[in-house]
Design a binder for this molecule. Structure first.
Ligand SMILES: [Zn+2]
Length: 402
């Protein structure tokens, strides 16, 4: 009798440990947790997943048994968009792709406000003219050219913003005039800011402070727009820089390094499971296919950044603080799990790309040129190669042939 009981216990444990959701959760967990203090809020065991609010560790806020995971994911619309197995070759019919070009500046002045600009003295680059461009522009050109190529293959494409505008459809100046006060009033009503902060924003905040505030609101709005579109794939388009310190003349030093990287969700840090919204996104990343698929897609995109755009991926041995301290290596070259506003909130498969270093001396000189034209856009030939790399990545990930 005892033997039978023991056998029964062993067998039932075996079947629990083989539950596919448990296997997935245990595989995802190390990519999701960057700071071990969060483990006190998470319990994964033979029964299911238990998630705790930080101020109530005695009572689980969310309990999901393994048998309930499927309905939990469905109920919260956490199931990834199923990619149609392309009946027609070389077609993206039925596929939704969201392209999110980073930042929003419409001129150098605003780019400086949002600290997303590149200026390098000609003495550093050996060029006739100084280098001057900004990331918002590069990212938008990339998104627009890529969107036209995807649409030509039947894809349904969303770009989260218009050129030089935020996702609210206005540039910085116009938003400040028309929507800033309304947004503050809402924040005050929703207890996101107190009266003191409200008054400070209205009366004392500089344009730089306001641009920072707008950036946070804009990111949340982008996540909302993307999720409403229910894309199969989301690509956030960014161009990296190694320093945000300028010299007295407002110039950056040119650097020799060049590398690309991509972020997926995960890498939650200390206190980053404090809100209910964050805990729900954590559960989605833990139990759905989103993380696994995002890592796969991002690794393919990185592969083509190397082979097509000739940008090396960041070596895993590096001394970048935001990779070493704020991210978890995804075990794929150049891919890191990082808890960014968008990688956390956007459902489904996401690749948050940082395609190259804008302050690399060669890239800076090339990015400053307008030596390429496509889809009515005049831009740098480097942008073309980044578009090529994303396009090849999308194509391969979706199972099409070259
Ligand atoms: Zn950026």
């Amino acid at each position: 009798m005892r033997l039978i009981l023991l056998l029964f216990v062993l067998l039932s444990q075996l079947s629990y440990s083989q539950n596919p959701y448990r296997i997935r959760a245990e595989k995802n967990l190390p990519y999701l947790v960057r700071d071990s203090s969060l483990y006190k809020q998470i319990n994964i065991n033979e029964y299911g997943v238990f998630i705790y609010a930080p101020d109530n560790l005695d009572y689980a806020e969310t309990k999901i048994q393994w048998s309930e995971v499927e309905s939990f994911l469905r109920e919260h619309h956490f199931t990834s968009q199923k990619t149609p197995s392309n009946p027609k070759k070389n077609s993206l019919k039925g596929i939704h792709i969201a392209l999110d070009p980073g930042h929003f500046a419409n001129n150098m002045e605003t780019a400086i406000l949002e600290r997303k600009f590149m200026k390098i003295d000609k003495k550093d680059t050996g060029t006739k003219k100084d280098i001057a461009f900004y990331e918002s522009d590069l990212a938008w050109n990339t998104a627009y050219i890529l969107s036209k190529r995807l649409e030509a293959k039947g894809c349904n494409v969303l770009i989260t913003r218009k050129k030089g505008k935020t996702s609210f459809g206005m540039n910085f100046k116009k938003w400040k005039k028309k929507s800033f006060k309304k947004s503050l009033q809402e924040d005050f009503k929703n207890k996101i800011i107190d009266k003191k902060k409200y008054d400070w924003y209205l009366n004392e905040a500089t344009d730089k402070d306001i641009a920072k505030y707008l950036n946070r609101k804009d990111l949340m709005n982008r996540a909302k727009i993307i999720n409403e579109f229910e894309p199969h794939l989301t690509i956030n388009i960014h161009y990296n820089a190694s320093s945000d310190r300028t010299d007295a003349n407002g110039n950056f030093p040119a650097i020799k390094n060049n590398y690309c990287m991509a972020f997926t969700g995960g890498g939650f840090m200390k206190n980053e499971l404090n809100s209910k919204e964050a805990r729900m996104n954590f559960l989605r990343l833990l139990l759905s296919e989103d993380l696994e698929q995002s890592i796969l897609f991002s690794s393919v995109v990185m592969k083509y950044h190397q082979s097509i755009a000739k940008v090396p991926v960041i070596p895993n041995k590096n001394n970048l603080r935001y990779l070493q301290k704020n991210s978890v290596y995804a075990d794929q070259p150049g891919v890191y799990c990082r808890n960014l506003g968008l990688t956390r909130r956007v459902k489904g498969t996401i690749c948050f790309g940082e395609s190259l270093m804008q302050d690399n001396i060669n890239e800076a000189v090339l990015l400053n040129l307008k030596n390429y034209k496509e889809a009515g856009i005049k831009t740098s030939s480097r942008i073309k190669l980044v578009v090529d790399a994303f396009e090849a990545g999308i194509w391969e990930y979706l199972g099409n042939e070259e």
